[in-house]
Every structure is written in C-alpha cells, then in structure tokens.
Write a protein of this length. Structure first.
Length: 190
C-alpha cells in the first residue's frame, strides 16, 4: 500500500502552485513553501554557487553512492548522464535554470525510481551521504542553507521512496513537476 509522504504548500507569493495534495501523515516533517518565483530573494542555487558548485556536489555524491554497500544495490553502474541530470534537477529545484524540465522531464524521475523498492535505511543513507558531500564539495555551511537542503532531501527522498514502492500509477506520489524550494536565509542574504 502506498504511503502519503508530503503535502507541499505554496507561499502565495509565487506564480506557480501545485494542486492540493493529500494530508501529510508525518506531522513532524515540516516541508517549506514551494514557489516558482519570488522577487528579491537570493535563491538556494545562487547561494550554493550555481552550476559549477552543484555539479561538483553531485559528482562527489554519485561516487559515494556507487561505492556504498547499501546504496550500490540501487546505483548498480555509473551512467554517463547521471551527474548532469542530478545537477540540472538540483539547480532547477534550487531556483536555477529549468534545464531538467526542458531536456529530461519529471516523468524521467518517476520512471527511474519505479520498482526500486527503496528501504528506509537506503533513503536515510542517501540523505546522510548527500549532507556529507556538501562539506566535501565546499558548499556553504550556514544553518539556513543546510536546513533548506536537508528539508529538500527529506521530502525528495520520501517522494522517490513512495514512487519506488508504487505497484500502480494511483500509488505514485502526485508530484509531477520539479519542486522549487525557498528558504529562510534567502530573504536575509540579499
């Protein structure tokens, strides 16, 4: 049976809003507001250092997951486009260019996670390695940025896990677009 893992909210200040989703079953998981555009806010993308920094991050992460005994079951081989796709997805969700949507599409995310049956341990390990990779890639260490990244990872990894366990299309998470993350530090960093 599918588990509902999140209900992204819109802040009302952006142009794009997701349709209402089912009520979240994990009340302690605080999902930040999701918007496409918010004038005057420093994006996570800009604060992280743009494409170059995010590519460095995703390359480090990808090497780690390929070598990890637990995640190696999911990441069985290096794929030439994987780091670029991860970079484009992260860049877009952090407020950067929409290259992932234009060149790959969100349906790809659903297809690659389908039937992987991601365990809780694998999901948690992915988040752990991603957070470690932030330091190794030299990305900012300020608390608002790290908190936003962790919230993004927790939400995204739960979406991937739900989709990986979906036996039918009706059990897939209803998210069908790259979510755009805002953060508390964005207003203060200008």
């Amino acid at each position: 049976m599918s588990q509902d893992i999140g209900n992204p909210r819109t802040s009302g200040s952006g142009g794009f809003a997701f349709p209402p989703l089912p009520t979240r079953r994990e009340p302690d998981l605080d999902i930040p507001a999701i918007v496409h555009d918010r004038e005057g806010m420093t994006s996570l993308y800009a604060h992280a250092g743009g494409d170059e920094a995010l590519h460095r991050l995703e390359e480090i992460l990808y090497t780690k997951v390929l070598e990890d005994p637990l995640l190696g079951q999911l990441f069985t081989e290096r794929r030439a486009t994987h780091v670029d796709h991860l970079t484009w997805f992260t860049a877009e969700s952090f407020g950067g260019p929409d290259r992932f949507t234009r060149e790959v599409g969100f349906d790809h995310v659903i297809r690659v996670h389908r039937h992987l049956d991601i365990t809780d341990e694998q999901r948690e390990r992915f988040v752990e390695l991603y957070m470690e990779s932030l330091d190794e890639a030299g990305l900012p260490g300020d608390e608002p940025f790290r908190e936003a990244v962790r919230e993004h990872l927790e939400f995204g990894s739960r979406v991937a896990q739900q989709n990986s366990r979906a036996a039918t299309d009706g059990e897939l998470h209803p998210l069908r677009d790259v979510p755009m993350w805002t953060w508390k530090g964005g207003d203060e960093m200008d």
